[in-house]
Design a protein around this ligand. Structure first.
Ligand code: ADE
Length: 255
């Protein structure tokens, strides 16, 4: 079967940057979304903005699989850091994903996806490994200093960005209040970061047996400053990260 990669960007700006690198590009409008088909870094690909929230992202993912026939999905975006070690500018590779606002109790255990018996959706080991190698390359000091400018890093208080691999929590809430943040840490202590789409995309990929990979760059600490930090970070940092991540990730596909 011919490989076709679905690329979901959680931010329109990221999609805009990647679009400029696509060859033989065609725009297809479906379900109110603009899908870009063509070749990205030499591979058949379909690029789309996920939209925000779990339902929107699940709907976009289903279209990628059922309409466009993608054989694998990679998702890039930003997230709020939850674990104390996860700082702005760090990158989280998801090894599993949970919907932190899914609560079918008392019929089923908290966070369990009905009819699956699963609370944390695992990412395939080979997909995790490829993401880890990709992030290690991105954060290699020599490479990093080539595409990130020192003054921008200083502006965002980024010194030595780190790779983390672990659990990502998704829910239909932007987390910016201390109570929300503390509740997440207390309820699910192994959560590294929080966002609004990943676990929904992972669930659709699991349903259809599609390999799924996820990178999340930390834009804020999911605290009282999150809504201020988030748009600034997107404007200056996340597009560059996404472009460099995907260049490397696609390269590893060929090897
Ligand atoms: N994405 C980036 N930051 C976030 C936050 N604080 N809450 C939810 N999603 C996010």
């Amino acid at each position: 079967m011919n490989e076709k990669i679905g690329i979901l960007g959680a931010i329109p700006e990221e999609v805009g940057i990647l679009k400029d690198y696509m060859d033989e590009i065609e725009e297809v409008n479906l379900g109110g979304r603009a899908f870009y088909t063509g070749k990205l870094f030499g591979k058949d690909s379909v690029l789309v903005f996920s939209r925000w929230g779990k339902v929107a992202a699940a709907s976009t993912t289903a279209a990628l699989i059922l309409h466009f026939g993608v054989t694998e999905i990679v998702f890039c975006g930003v997230a709020g850091g939850i674990h104390p070690d996860v700082k702005r500018g760090d990158i989280v590779v998801g090894n599993s994903l949970i919907q932190h606002d899914l609560d079918p109790r008392p019929i089923m255990p908290r966070w369990e996806i009905p009819l699956t018996g699963i609370q944390k959706i695992p990412v395939k080991p080979e997909a995790i490994n490829r993401c880890i190698v990709t992030v290690e390359h991105l954060l290699n000091a020599q490479h990093y200093s080539q595409f990130m400018q020192q003054n921008e890093l200083e502006q965002f208080g980024i010194t030595t960005p780190k790779l983390h691999c672990g659990l990502i929590a998704s829910g239909d809430q932007f987390i910016y209040k201390r109570e929300q943040n503390e509740a997440l840490v207390k309820d699910i202590p192994d959560v590294l970061c929080v966002e609004m789409e990943g676990a929904a995309v992972a669930q659709v990929c699991m349903d259809y047996g599609i390999t799924f990979s996820i990178f999340r760059t930390i834009s804020d600490r999911a605290d009282e400053d999150a809504h201020i930090d988030f748009p600034e970070f997107i404007r200056h940092i996340s597009g560059k990260y996404t472009l460099e991540l995907l260049k490397t990730w696609f390269n590893l596909h060929h090897s």
